[in-house]
Design a protein around this ligand. Structure first.
Ligand SMILES: *[C@@H]1O[C@H](CO)[C@@H](O)[C@H](O)[C@H]1NC(C)=O
Ligand SMILES: *[C@@H]1O[C@H](CO)[C@@H](O)[C@H](O)[C@H]1NC(C)=O
Ligand SMILES: *[C@@H]1O[C@H](CO)[C@@H](O)[C@H](O)[C@H]1NC(C)=O
Length: 534
């Protein structure tokens, strides 16, 4: 008998401003942070008030200065324009190009306030070349975009309005509210009186800032080490300890009828008109690609690199392009742990495909859900992948296989031949940004401890990428905000931050939450250039 209780945990239908727990450290907010896990200084888990203030500043985004009552008040992609400033006769590689963007509403009136979410690029379809532009919001309806001209030959500017500032205002409210945009299912199982197993299914969710209902029909699962809490509706017949399987549930759209109108597909992710003439960039002796060996702690500029003939040249450090045999050599004697979502699984699958002697071992798990392992016997390469734990929207899988990244890292010895790669974005985006920040702060704590006991361990962070959906459930603006937190949190640590967002937002491939193979291949070259610097 299967009970399906229609009950949604974590109420709050619409995105209302809500006072959420802050991810500050335990001295400031003992309630949400476990202090019983590890003694000494490492019990201090969250961000310091100064760090959090710095992050909030980096996350700051202007919003409309008036209530939005009419769709005509929103930024109109077909009315907004861009122009190239100070057109020159000749451009040379290494020059900068400035573009002026004017945002207008549907009445064709120039906007007075900022906050529009533009993504810009310089590109050439012919050369399979592209690079992102850096957008500066003047907060008065005008924007500047700065481009580097990194390749010789033709180049064109493209500006797209991903979301109007009116839509970003709604996104901002939703990302900071407790309206969970996704829920999950918990499967409970235990032996019944006649030897038959009793099974029940209930809804579950993150517990972050809601009332504690453990005595009134909620099962609460608190991870003693991370302090993370998960809640499921209490099953009717079974007890809370009978929670055996987990899977992703449905979405909940928190928008009001009026807000839904603003998310109109015709107004979302649209190119705007402007000076899209083809520039001819002449050669120069300016070298764009970085020549320094890749090592941890290197800052990521904008642009971080560019594509030419679909090959990424980095401005961070020298990227080598690895053939299959080079990869085998590079990874010899390496123990690699990948943790995250299906986008790190893409990396696992990439290696499995490109290195024929790297064989997947059947460890009796599902090939999509993991955990996964591949081994190269001759070169002694061990490659592991596992999902990052709750919240996770995969198919039904064992609760026992859901491990938090920070707990996994705490269980690793690390060392010269250990490489850790992790990402966390697409499955955590349905929950408040402070929840994300708390998660990142725990991972940071574990990384700091790991680098203390084994300083030669390589820690690589893969950022979130742009994707096909641009709605209130999941979109690039949310991912960008998450990336800011991740990057800021690890800013001063000897780790490697890979800005994949730049690599997907300027590439011609159709945006997809799973980046195109050519993008993955370029990302792998960057990864390997950090593992085996040249
Ligand atoms: C928690 O309990 C309170 C008081 O009984 C109730 O009003 C609220 O709806 C409950 N919340 C959930 C998520 O069940
Ligand atoms: C658009 O223009 C019309 C006519 O001038 C005016 O009545 C209306 O208020 C304007 N709407 C907005 C959103 O500015
Ligand atoms: C907006 O601000 C920028 C930078 O301060 C300035 O150059 C520009 O003239 C302003 N535009 C308008 C319309 O006020």
């Amino acid at each position: 008998m299967l009970f399906m209780v229609v009950w949604y945990i974590g109420e709050g239908k619409q995105c209302k401003t809500f006072s959420l727990p802050s991810p500050l450290n335990s001295h400031h907010n003992g309630k949400y942070v476990s202090t019983e896990s590890t003694p000494s200084e490492s019990a201090d888990t969250g961000f310091s008030p100064e760090e959090w203030a710095r992050m909030l500043k980096a996350l700051d985004w202007p919003t409309p200065d008036q209530p939005i009552t009419d769709i005509a008040m929103t930024t109109c992609p077909a009315c907004s324009t861009f122009s190239i400033l100070g057109q020159k006769e000749k451009y040379r590689v290494g020059d900068e190009l400035y573009v002026h963007i004017v945002a207008k509403d549907h009445n064709n009136t120039a906007k007075r306030y900022g906050g529009d979410f533009f993504l810009t690029k310089l590109y050439s379809s012919e050369l399979k070349a592209s690079v992102v532009g850096e957008v500066l919001d003047h907060r008065n309806g005008s924007y500047s975009a700065r481009f580097l001209l990194p390749w010789e030959g033709e180049a064109q500017v493209a500006v797209r309005l991903v979301h109007s500032s009116e839509v970003v205002q709604i996104l901002k409210k939703c990302l900071n509210s407790n309206s969970m945009r996704r829920f999950y299912y918990g499967y409970f199982e235990a032996p019944g009186p006649n030897g038959k197993r009793i099974k029940e299914t209930v809804t579950c969710n993150v517990k972050w800032g809601q009332a504690d209902n453990s005595s009134t029909g909620t099962c609460i699962y608190r991870d003693p080490r991370t302090g993370d809490e998960w809640q499921c509706k209490k099953p009717k017949k079974l007890s809370c300890d009978a929670w055996v399987y987990h899977r992703g549930g449905g979405y909940r759209n928190p928008l009001t009828t009026f807000e839904k109108k603003l998310f109109n597909g015709a107004l979302t992710n649209k190119g705007i008109k402007g000076d899209n003439r083809i520039l001819n960039v002449l050669p120069s002796n300016v070298r764009i690609g970085a020549t320094e060996k890749c090592k941890p702690g290197m800052p990521t500029p904008v642009p971080a690199g560019f594509y030419l003939e679909d090959v990424w040249t980095s401005r961070v450090c020298n990227i080598h392009h690895f053939k299959s045999a080079d990869m085998e050599k590079c990874l010899k004697n390496k123990l690699i742990y990948m943790m995250g979502d299906s986008t790190t699984r893409q990396w696992f699958e990439f290696f499995e495909t490109i290195i024929p002697s790297l064989k997947r071992v059947n460890i009796h798990t599902d090939k999509k859900l993991g955990p996964l392992m591949a081994i190269h016997m001759k070169n002694n390469i061990v490659l592991n992948w596992r999902a990052h734990g709750l919240p996770l929207s995969f198919a039904k899988m064992a609760v026992a296989d859901l491990h938090y990244i920070s707990n996994e890292i705490d269980g690793m010895a690390g060392g010269r031949d250990t490489i850790i790669v992790f990402d966390i974005f697409a499955h955590v985006v349905f929950h408040p940004l402070t929840f994300y920040a708390h998660r990142v702060s725990r991972i940071r704590q574990s990384v700091i401890a790991l680098l203390k006991r084994a300083p030669e361990t390589k820690v690589i962070i893969k950022s979130g990428n742009t994707r096909e959906t641009k709605d209130v459930i999941a979109n690039d603006w949310y991912y960008m905000q998450q990336n800011i937190i991740m990057k800021e949190a690890f800013r001063d640590l000897p780790v490697i931050y890979m800005d994949i967002f730049q690599m997907t937002s300027c590439h011609y491939a159709k945006e997809d939450v799973h980046p195109a193979p050519v993008i993955v291949a370029n990302a792998i070259d960057i990864f390997l250039s950090f593992v085996c610097p040249v």
